[in-house]
Design a protein around this ligand. Structure first.
Ligand code: IMP
Length: 425
């Protein structure tokens, strides 16, 4: 397939980094379209483990062009650190990275505002990653954001920056009682970013258009997951961008007809980080076992992830808003230790059975999962590479999930390494 979108189908952390890396072996371009360095994508190659927050996961393949779309918010310091980290490991990125001129920058005041506004919310805090992502998207919508293209004309940037910094300093000091940031210090940073990043800034929508037209193989790399989508997720416990297929269109300037396949990446169970409803959450030993076995701690913040059984109400909803042509199932091997495994097929809500995901966070808090219990398997799936080698009950589990979500399974990941992968079809 020429253009494949790889999207998080739950609450993020589904293992998209590994999947993108596996698919990028045969791809010309890997392009990110949403989020920022709130994401954390892990890739393991023969050179060891890489953790990317901003760079597309294709950067480890020397042949790939890596694109950061206009829908991404870019913290230039983080980007420079990631580029330097790659250079240290002998991976050059020159002429292999394009950052959209229209992407917005995460500025130092965004990080401060993220922290202060979370603190002020108290018990109502969202549990953000604290990376300034929400405030950066808020500035974009308020038309006071700073875009990458402005680094190309640094003198013209100054008067705009002055107005924006004064505005935010007033909020930081008068609303939150915080300390004002120094305009000139921020401007010096902008000059440094201009020196170091200008070579990467370019017209992404034109590059994407030409690449699609010339038949290039493109992987669209999602960040976060469908249930964290600003519109479709469990609002207000969501991120501030659109990790869904619509976000891929606007975040890269693509056209709907240009996408050949939409791959929904699901973990074989569920996790979420931060606050918000989570109907199948486990608060018992089973949850702890999954968390410890799978090392479910945030790549970006190190926070323990909340853990639960697979939720096919979430899965069906996610498939509906993204139109998955196929599912990709990751971390199946984590479930190898259980005698029986639960799958949530529907919810009980006020004595009725609910099949469709409710739109209100407080309604979701009242939902009780209705489970099917499937038998576990007695031989491990870890490292299995052929579908015929999966234990019968593991196959049954995969088939049942696929049936409940309503999409075929194309790839199953049975471990963190590239070759621990089953290509089903
Ligand atoms: P923000 O994106 O930092 O504003 O955080 C908003 C919500 O999205 C919080 O619950 C975060 O924990 C969650 N979130 C953001 N990025 C990720 C991610 O990459 N994986 C999982 N959760 C995320």
């Amino acid at each position: 397939m020429a253009v494949s979108a790889v999207l998080g189908a739950q609450w993020g952390d589904e293992g998209k980094g590994k999947i993108v890396d596996v698919l990028a072996r045969d791809a010309d371009i890997v392009a990110r379209f949403s989020g920022g360095n709130n994401a954390g994508h892990t890739v393991i190659t023969e050179k060891g483990e890489f953790k990317f927050h901003l760079l597309p996961s294709g950067v480890v393949w020397p042949h790939s062009l890596n694109v950061i779309g206009n829908g991404v918010v870019v913290d230039p310091d983080v980007l420079l650190t990631e580029i330097a980290g790659l250079k240290q490991r002998d991976i050059g990125i020159e002429k292999r990275l394009v950052v959209s001129e229209r992407s917005h920058l995460v500025m130092p005041y965004h990080v401060v505002l993220d922290e202060l506004s979370e603190k002020a919310k108290g018990r109502e805090a969202i549990g953000t990653t604290g990376r300034g992502i929400g405030p950066a998207y808020a500035d974009k919508a308020s038309r006071i954001g700073i875009r990458a293209t402005e680094l190309l004309d640094i003198e013209a940037l100054f008067p705009r920056l002055e107005v924006v910094v004064n505005h935010h300093n007033a909020i930081i000091t008068k609303v939150y009682g915080g300390e004002a940031l120094d305009l000139l210090e921020i401007f010096e940073k902008c000059k440094l970013w201009s020196d170091k990043l200008s070579e990467y800034i370019g017209p992404v929508e034109h590059i994407m258009f030409d690449s699609v037209n010339s038949g290039k193989k493109i992987i669209i790399e999602g960040a976060q997951g469908a249930l964290l989508d600003l519109d479709h997720g469990t609002y207000p416990f969501v991120t501030s961008s659109h990790p869904t297929i619509g976000g891929a269109m606007t975040g890269l300037g693509l056209l709907p007809g240009q996408i050949d396949e939409v791959l929904g990446v699901f973990k074989a169970y569920s996790t979420r980080v931060g606050g918000g409803p989570f109907v199948t959450e486990l608060h018992d030993n089973t949850g702890d076992e999954i968390r410890n076995r799978a090392q479910e701690f945030g790549t970006t913040t190190g926070r323990p992830r909340r853990v639960g059984w697979f939720d096919s109400v979430v899965g069906r909803y996610s498939a509906r808003i993204n139109g998955y042509t196929d599912m990709i199932l990751t971390r199946l091997d984590v479930l190898d230790i259980f005698d029986s495994i639960k799958v949530c097929s529907s919810y009980e809500l006020d004595d009725t059975v609910v099949w469709d995901f409710p739109g209100n966070a407080s309604t979701l808090e009242r939902c009780i999962p209705i489970y099917e219990e499937l038998p576990g398997w007695d031989t491990p799936t870890a490292g299995v590479t052929k579908i015929d080698d999966l234990p019968k009950n593991a196959r049954r589990y995969v088939d049942r999930i696929s049936e409940l979500v309503g999409a075929p399974v194309k790839i199953i990941s049975t471990g963190p390494h590239r070759d621990e992968t089953i290509h089903v079809s």
